[in-house]
Ligand binder design. Structure first.
Ligand SMILES: C[S@@+](CC[C@H](N)C(=O)[O-])C[C@H]1O[C@@H](n2cnc3c(N)ncnc32)[C@H](O)[C@@H]1O
Ligand code: SF4
Length: 474
């Protein structure tokens, strides 16, 4: 995809971005999950699902909701504190309680969690000092067998670790690091309150660390204050020099209604608008691909021989809340405040965000479940369709039809009618038995997914805006 193509189509952006669009890390989206789902429902679902899926690989996620310093762009669920006693209190008195509930449940039913992947996210799991991190590992070893774990990722705030700490993570079994990089430009870093020069990463990514961690990922954010095509180009140059194996770029979501501190980013000028953001993204994407990275999903890039790139080639990847992943484990069991899990395509669950509610439930001996969902047959079908589009930018009608025992074209007659507008705008190509997103359409994959979202009750595009398909160029 070359930049000019998108830049010539500004009206397309206006037309399809007139409303908030979900990024479809899960379907149905969290807003429609049931808040009546409670601790018992979660316990029953875990037993029900594990009993029938004893050998299915599970990804175990732990959430650490603390950071030392606030990044103004951050949407993650975390508290900012310098009080380590609070972090220890959360770990020893609450997270451990939640894990103990799982241990008791699995023991009672004589079941085992088949964990093949571990993910420590946050917030900042790097906040735990070594004794606490070790205690957490020891606790988890009581819940599942670490010998079966193939991938163990720790999210790393590069400002808070030294090489020795990374080696310690390796000794604990970790083999994948995901660094929060975001942007290397000094002006951007001032405006997001996060100073971390590229030298910091160079210091950490020694040959020894590269050897201990076969996969290193960088998170980058697009759409931050003061980002320009020139500054992004310089950031990507530093990234390419550092040679991460995987890169997850993400558009920065701006939600000052829920995170009021985000307005601090606009004190000295506006954020890039949606048009600028697309231009920043395509510039970064072009540069990464010119440097030899493969596009591995919507916003992800990987070295051509990386396992993620191979997973994409072999149709074994998927897009979810961790970005585009190798899909070794699609079943998430998650602990910690705000953490959410997915049991196959059967159930979703999420814990309370608020610490007081999270703690109150655990004090009562209950799972701290905030909301959840048991997927209907129709939900599962649409989830599959959306995942396919979001991960691979295409849809094979007979494959989906056979898998779900439906006549695709009859079942989705209304959707295939709606998609004609997207086809007119050259975002998709629809053939007898398949749908493919064009290079241009890949930028609109969330909007294309929304055609198949049965819960959306608002218009998918603004039909008052003319596009080049109407004979008017943007
Ligand atoms: C928990 S942080 C990464 C680990 C560590 N806390 C750090 O910052 O280095 C997880 C990721 O969420 C993403 N994220 C945070 N705020 C975001 C926003 N407003 N929009 C999109 N992604 C965001 C960032 O890419 C960030 O790296
Ligand atoms: S980006 Fe990371 S370090 Fe910054 S506030 Fe968010 S979770 Fe904490």
């Amino acid at each position: 995809m070359r930049s000019e193509e998108l830049l010539n189509n500004i009206n397309l952006l206006k037309k399809y971005h007139h409303n908030l669009v979900y990024d479809y890390t899960e379907y149905p989206t969290k807003g429609v999950w049931d808040e009546e789902m409670a601790s018992k429902d979660y316990g029953d679902a875990l037993v029900d699902w594990t009993t029938t899926n004893q050998t299915a690989p599970v990804l175990f996620y732990t959430h650490t909701p603390f950071c030392e310093q606030l990044c103004y762009f951050c949407l993650c669920s975390k508290d900012i504190t310098l009080d380590y006693e609070r972090v220890k209190h959360y770990l020893y008195n609450y997270l451990f309680k939640e894990i103990d509930l799982l241990i008791a449940l699995y023991d009672k039913h004589n079941l085992k969690l088949n964990v093949e992947e571990i993910y420590f996210g946050g917030g900042s799991p790097t906040y735990y000092q070594e004794p606490e991190f070790q205690a957490l590992i020891d606790k988890l070893k009581k819940l599942f067998d670490f010998n079966k774990v193939k991938t163990f990722t720790v999210e790393i705030d590069p400002r808070r670790v030294e090489v020795d700490r990374l080696k310690f993570y390796h000794d604990c079994g970790a083999n994948r690091l995901s660094f929060g990089v975001q942007d290397f430009d000094p002006d951007v870093q001032v405006r997001i309150n996060r100073k971390q020069p590229p030298e910091l990463l160079h210091k950490l990514m020694t040959p020894e660390i590269r050897k201990l961690f076969p996969v290193i990922n960088f998170d980058l954010l697009i759409g931050m204050p003061s980002q320009t095509p020139k500054s992004i180009a310089q950031t990507i140059k530093h990234v390419v020099d550092l040679e991460p194996d995987q890169i997850q770029t993400m558009y920065m979501h701006y939600k000052p209604d829920t995170r009021s501190y985000m307005v601090r980013m606009v004190q000295d000028g506006p954020l890039p608008d949606f048009y600028d953001r697309k231009a920043l993204f395509v510039g970064a994407a072009d540069q990464l691909m010119d440097a030899g990275y493969t596009r591995a999903g919507f916003e992800s890039f990987a070295k051509p021989n990386d396992i993620l790139a191979n997973a994409i080639d072999n149709s074994k990847a998927t897009y979810n809340s961790l970005g585009t992943v190798t899909a070794e484990a699609l079943n998430f069991v998650a602990v910690g405040s705000s953490a959410h899990g997915a049991l196959g395509d059967d159930y979703y669950f999420q814990n309370y965000y608020e610490h007081n509610l999270y703690q109150e439930a655990l004090d009562k001996g209950e799972f701290p479940v905030y909301r959840g969902m048991k997927l209907s047959v129709e939900d599962k079908l649409r989830r599959d369709v959306i995942k396919e589009i979001r991960t691979y930018f295409k849809l094979d009608f007979s494959l989906i039809g056979t898998k779900h025992n439906i006549n695709f074209k009859q079942h989705f007659e209304k959707e295939l009618e709606t998609i004609k507008e997207f086809e007119r705008d050259q975002l998709v190509i629809v053939q007898e038995n398949r749908l493919d997103l064009t290079e241009l359409g890949k930028h609109f994959s969330p909007q294309i997914c929304s055609v198949f979202d049965a819960y959306l009750e608002r218009p998918l595009y603004n039909d008052a805006i003319t596009t080049s398909a109407d004979g008017v160029t943007g």
